[in-house]
Design a binder for this molecule. Structure first.
Ligand SMILES: [Zn+2]
Length: 195
């Protein structure tokens, strides 16, 4: 019960409901759930290229050869990849930062995968597969905006030939990408502007 209550978004009441549900469930189903939880812990890691969740060294998006490697969409968390995918507006690859800059909370550039993004972009240029555009799809929050501006400046310095864009406004300010509906997010992607 207390373990269930530690799950995000699960309060005491929900933990109790889950516990009752597990009580009624067959041993087989309960074991399958336990195995699934163990599997996540054992098999899921971060993609070595984009830091999205991956089973194995690379995520399924990086492994998909139909994706356009000249386009990189930068998001804060692995959970932000899902809503962007749902829009069907984006056919490039991702780069997951692992958060947003927030000096007050002690989150500095070196705590995020920012240097990895710069390396990825410059390495692609050296390998003659240049990145044409980096879409900064960090959340429309104070920290998300600060992160986007920081990365835009860093990319201008290191890879001035790369176009850096930001999602169009229209997303609810202060909200998380994760909660944006796909129509709004799709429009924000389609109407992205150069930074
Ligand atoms: Zn990946």
């Amino acid at each position: 019960m207390t373990e269930l209550g530690k799950l995000p978004g699960v309060g005491n009441r929900t933990a109790q409901r889950l516990a009752f549900h597990l009580l009624r469930t067959s041993a087989e189903d309960a074991n399958a759930l336990a195995a699934a939880i163990r599997d996540v812990k054992e098999k899921i890691g971060l993609c070595e290229v984009c830091f999205n969740l991956a089973e194995g060294p690379r995520c399924r998006i990086c492994l998909d050869e139909r994706r356009d490697p000249s386009l990189i969409c930068v998001v804060e968390e692995p959970g932000d990849v899902i809503p962007v995918e749902r829009t069907h507006e984006f056919r490039g690859l991702y780069h997951v930062l692992g958060g947003a800059l927030s000096p007050i909370d002690g989150v500095d550039p070196e705590d995020l995968k920012i240097a990895e993004l710069y390396r990825r972009v410059t390495a692609a240029a050296e390998q003659d597969e240049p990145v044409a555009e980096v879409v900064l799809a960090t959340n429309p929050t104070t920290t998300g905006e600060a992160t986007a501006l920081h990365i835009a400046a860093g990319l201008r310095e290191r890879a001035p030939e790369v176009q850096v864009t930001r999602l169009a406004s229209g997303l609810p300010v202060g909200a998380d990408l994760e909660y944006a509906d796909e129509v709004t997010l799709g429009k924000a992607l389609a109407g992205r502007r150069t930074l």
